[in-house]
Design a protein around this ligand. Structure first.
Ligand code: ATP
Length: 257
C-alpha cells in the first residue's frame, strides 16, 4: 500500500494518509491525474478553513441527511477521488440511508467504472449499481461524461455528489434533480450551481451526514420537510466566504491563522 510508514505523531497525519490513498487509487486506475490536481485545490481551501467542519457545513450536512430520508429515490454519486478517499465512509452512509450508489465519472472509461465499482464492493458498500446497468444520457451533456444509469441518477429525485465538475452539476440540476455537492471551494461552479453546497472535506462531510441521518431517522416527514424548507444555500455560501475572509484577515493581522 503505502511505500513508507507515516508516523501517527506527524502533525499532518490525516492529510498525508489521504494523499497516499489517492496515489494508491491512481496506481490502481481508480483516480485520474486530473483528480490529483483537484485534490490539491481542495487542500488549499481546507487550509484556509482550518481543516474543520464549520457550522455552515454542518447545516448543509443536516439538510443533505433530511433529503436522503425524505426523497423517494436518493442516489449517492461516486467518482474516482471520492471512492479512493472515502469508500468506508460511503459504506456507512449507504447503510444508514439506504440510498442507491452509482459510479459516475467525468473521465469515463468502462474499465475505470468497473475498477471503482469493485473497489466499493471490496469495501463492503451495498446497493451499488453494476457497470452494465441500462444507461441513458443526461440532457445537454454530450460525450461519455453524460452517461448515467437508468435506475440510478436518471430516476433520482435527489443526488449527492462530491468533488464534482461544475458542468455536470449544472446539467443534473437542469434535469430537475435536487443536487447536493460536497466541495471545499465555494467559488467553484459546482458550489454555485448545487441546491445544497457542503463546503467541507469529503471524508469529514460523509461522516457528518451519516450522523445526521442516524439522528433524524425516526423524525416525522414534517420535521424533515421543515429542515429542507428552512435551508438557505445563499446564506450557507455567504457564511463560508465570510469564515474564509475572517481566517485570512486574522492571519494577515497576526501572521498566523
Ligand atoms: P468547477 O468545474 O465546479 O468550477 P473545478 O474545475 O475545480 O470546479 P473539479 O476539478 O472537477 O472542478 O472539482 C473538484 C472540486 O472538488 C474542486 O473545487 C476542489 O476544491 C474540490 N475538492 C477536491 N478535493 C476535495 C475533498 N477531499 N473534499 C471536498 N472537496 C474537494
Amino acid at each position: 500500500m503505502v511505500d513508507f510508514e507515516i508516523p501517527k505523531s506527524h502533525p499532518r497525519y490525516m492529510s498525508l494518509i489521504m494523499r497516499e490513498k489517492l496515489v494508491e487509487g491512481f496506481r490502481k486506475g481508480i483516480v485520474v491525474p486530473q483528480g490529483l490536481i483537484a485534490h490539491g485545490r481542495g487542500e488549499a481551501f481546507d487550509y484556509i478553513l482550518g481543516e474543520k467542519s464549520h457550522t455552515f457545513a454542518l447545516r448543509a450536512e443536516e439538510a443533505v441527511a433530511a433529503y436522503l430520508l425524505a426523497s423517494k429515490h436518493p442516489v449517492i454519486s461516486v467518482n474516482g477521488n471520492y471512492a479512493a478517499l472515502a469508500a468506508e465512509e460511503i459504506r456507512e452512509l449507504q447503510r444508514v440511508s439506504g440510498a442507491i450508489v452509482e459510479v459516475n465519472i467525468f473521465y469515463r472509461t468502462e474499465e475505470r467504472v468497473r475498477k471503482i465499482y469493485e473497489h466499493l464492493l471490496d469495501h463492503g458498500v451495498e446497493r451499488v449499481l453494476p457497470p452494465d446497468c441500462d444507461k441513458v444520457r443526461v440532457p445537454g451533456l454530450e460525450s461519455p461524461r453524460g452517461i448515467v444509469c437508468k435506475d440510478g441518477i436518471a430516476r433520482a429525485d435527489f443526488v449527492l455528489l462530491a468533488i464534482e465538475d461544475g458542468d455536470r452539476t449544472e446539467a443534473l440540476a437542469g434535469w430537475g434533480k435536487r443536487v447536493a455537492a460536497i466541495d471545499l471551494n465555494p467559488f467553484s461552479r459546482t458550489a454555485q450551481k448545487a441546491h445544497i453546497t457542503v463546503v467541507d472535506e469529503a471524508v469529514r462531510a460523509t461522516v457528518n451526514i451519516s450522523k445526521f441521518v442516524e439522528e433524524l431517522r425516526g423524525a416525522s416527514i414534517e420535521r424533515l420537510r421543515s429542515i429542507i424548507s428552512s435551508y438557505d444555500n445563499q446564506r450557507i455560501l455567504k457564511d463560508a466566504f465570510r469564515t474564509m475572509l475572517e481566517n485570512l484577515s486574522r492571519a494577515s493581522n497576526q501572521g498566523i491563522l
